[in-house]
Design a protein around this ligand. Structure first.
Ligand SMILES: NC(=O)CC[C@H](N)C(=O)O
Length: 229
């Protein structure tokens, strides 16, 4: 599997993803600076978390118009798998690669803690080594993770099976009490209709080895390597 990680001024999870991906892949992924538009042949592009261009205007708004994003969009349209984590998810929605928006958290605070997530489907390249309904633990660290979309879009997302993860409790129950940021339907991550693009607010790369306190995130990288190698 040939993988690249996009690096913006202000990205701060790019190296974490590189380490997590390398552990599953066996070699270091390519790091691509935001000005580069000449991408090699790739199976996976990761848009990592952080604060691209200082998150000025709105999280992800400027990165969505960066030179490299034009190329990421073109590759996504051809079917290259794209994974956007946290700020990466915000960038993908701003770029129109995923529906909806990420608004400020319900309580207007930055939230940094572990959450439980329910894996909604295992029929994707990102989740094939999980089981549908499985509860996993990933960290969140964001100020703008409150997923919102108009009623018609939500209906389409739900109807097409585009919900990837929902915030839940340790037993998988999805309630208002398990919703950290006010997201509609407790949505923590979504796919495009073809399930070739995934955006999620929680960070799989931050719990990708037992030394870090958990390895639920590693399964996502293992799934991708298995699917795309
Ligand atoms: N960890 C991140 O990627 C943070 C994303 C964004 N800067 C926010 O605070 O919402």
């Amino acid at each position: 599997m040939k993988a690249a990680i996009i690096v913006f001024p202000g990205s701060n999870c790019d190296r974490d993803v590189a380490v997590a991906l390398e552990a599953s892949l066996g070699h270091r992924p390519l790091m691509v600076w935001h000005r580069d538009t000449d991408l090699p042949d790739l199976d996976l592009i990761v848009v990592p978390g952080g604060f691209s261009y200082g998150d000025y205007l709105r999280c992800g708004a400027m990165a969505a118009h960066s030179p490299v994003l034009r190329e990421v969009k073109a590759r996504a349209e051809k079917g290259t798998r794209v994974l956007g984590i946290c700020n990466g998810f915000q960038i993908l929605t701003e770029a129109g690669l995923l529906p909806g928006v990420l608004m400020r958290n319900r309580d207007l605070r930055f939230i940094c803690r572990d959450v439980h997530l329910r894996v909604e489907t295992d029929a994707t390249d990102f989740t094939r080594q999980y089981q549908a309904g499985q509860v996993v633990r990933f960290p969140i660290a964001h100020a703008e993770g409150n997923f919102f979309a108009d009623a018609e879009t939500v209906k389409a997302i739900e109807g097409n099976g585009q919900v990837a993860f929902r915030y839940c409790d340790a037993d998988g129950a999805v309630t208002e009490a398990t919703n950290p940021n006010g997201s509609l339907g407790n949505i923590a991550g979504i796919y495009n209709p073809g399930r070739t693009v995934l955006g999620l607010m929680p960070h799989p790369e931050r719990l990708a080895e037992d030394l870090l306190g958990g390895s639920d995130g590693k399964t996502m990288f293992d799934s991708l390597v298995e699917a795309l190698s």
